[in-house]
Design a protein around this ligand. Structure first.
Ligand SMILES: [Zn+2]
Length: 116
């Protein structure tokens, strides 16, 4: 099933919105992902806490950054008229899957194969 113009336009909007949201999240999380200052006069336990939080914030940021790369690729695909097609098998990706993750580059079969 191919996407019609209205659907393509809608996904384009969604992708741009996602990009803005994630860029905002990245900006907001700059501070929390900075290395923990070990000289800071906090107790040992709260230092461990702070380091765990920092590791989590870092992992989150890396996830956001990976997602941004996919979103940019999806926006390019949209311009090139290839949006919604699996990058691996070139079959159309299901609408439900695109709605859940508009930046996804693969159909569910290829994604499962890659993960497996
Ligand atoms: Zn595929």
């Amino acid at each position: 099933m191919e996407l019609n113009d209205a659907e393509l336009q809608q996904f384009g909007k969604k992708l741009l919105q996602l990009k803005t949201d994630i860029e905002q999240l990245l900006t907001d999380s700059i501070d929390s992902s900075r290395p923990v200052d070990l000289e800071l006069s906090i107790g040992r336990l709260s230092r461990v806490d702070a380091m765990q939080q920092q590791a989590m914030a870092k992992a989150n940021r890396e996830g956001h950054q990976r997602r941004l790369v996919l979103i940019d690729a999806a926006l390019r695909a949209l311009k090139g008229g290839r949006y919604g097609l699996c990058r691996s098998c070139e079959e159309p990706i299901s609408l439900r899957r695109l709605e859940a993750r508009p930046e996804t580059p693969f159909c569910i079969e290829c994604q499962t194969e890659r993960e497996g």
